[in-house]
Ligand binder design. Sequence first.
Ligand code: NAD
Ligand code: UD1
Length: 336
Amino acid sequence: MNILLTGGAGYIGSHTCVMLLEQGHDVVVVDNLCNSKVESLKRVEKITGKKIIFYQQDLSNAAGVDEIFKHQLIDAVIHFAGLKSVAESVDQPLRYYQNNIDGTLALCDAMLANGVKNLVFSSSATVYGNPETMPINENAPVGPFNPYGRSKLFIEEILTDLYASDKSWNIALLRYFNPVGAHPGGLIGEDPSDLPNNLMPYVSQVAVGKLSELKVFGDDYETPDGTGVRDYIHVMDLAEGHLKALEKLQAGPGLVTYNLGTGRGCSVLEMVAAFEKASGRQIPYQIVGRRQGDIPTCYADPSFAEKELGWTASRGIDEMCADAWRWQHMNPKGYL
Ligand code: NAD
Ligand code: UD1
């Protein structure tokens, strides 16, 4: 198939590019590089020995997006492009709504105008807000409590309305849990442009000596060791989930929603221990107060994706940490 990846130069997009190219698909990427570097795509080409067609462009440029569809044969789109920092979204809600929603509207317009109606969308477990019961299945109530999360939910609703208006669309809403790790070759990985917000890139930078110590946000949660519990999923497992979702769209399912997680919750301290083991380095940490907006526990019930897509996450936390460490160690300054 010919697949257009919006945001394909980013963390999850670049790993999905590798997987798609290795499976014999052709890949076109559109990315404005606001949170990534073109070097990631060069590395993907190096890993796979295949070429990527790249457009450096903002998705909100409707005419530019339309041009891509006019010049390239596209069978399906995976829509990764978006801003993703929760804290930044609280400070700059208009920028987040504008970027994430306008970009999606321009993309869907161009798809409609050019008769491409197969779409996989990067949603997030953040749409569930503070869930009442664990594990979380796709029917759990939604209720995100920050602008980033709401932008994801609004887009899910826009796509649901689009499907209701025209049942010839096939749309997969993929709700990711906590993607971590890297391609095992160490050439591509997560490359945060600022101080990392998320746990694992922070831990990696402590291990490599870029940051002095980790701050553990709270040890008084009702969890086995008091620290927050999350469902960490290897980015290569996540990438495979996208391939399975694309296959599913070929069967014409209409609009479908899947959790992509492992179903296993791990605490902050468990992840720190696993990273120490993988890296052979000590991760100094200090327990501090809870981070505002954090929930105690969040992990998926991934059984619907397993049943419908034949997909399960197979990589455990030791592999996640070993691969994240290889990337960090081989590229201490990221892509440069
Ligand atoms: P990322 O920032 O590495 O990748 C996103 C890419 O989109 C970047 O390359 C960025 O330059 C590009 N982009 C952003 N706005 C754009 C625009 N208007 N036009 C063109 N390109 C644009 O993030 P990621 O971790 O790879 O996440 C990919 C998607 O998955 C995002 O939509 C994110 O919200 C979602 N998601 C990520 C996580 C996570 O923890 N990484 C969890 C749940 C959902
Ligand atoms: C964050 C986002 C969420 C997003 C998800 C995946 C917030 C409030 N939520 O969730 O919307 O979908 O990432 O990208 O940002 N931790 C520390 N020290 C740190 C960093 C994190 O102790 O320096 C802890 C957190 O308190 C949490 C766990 O590590 O218990 C995981 O944190 P993080 O990686 O930021 O992911 P989420 O909080 O799940």
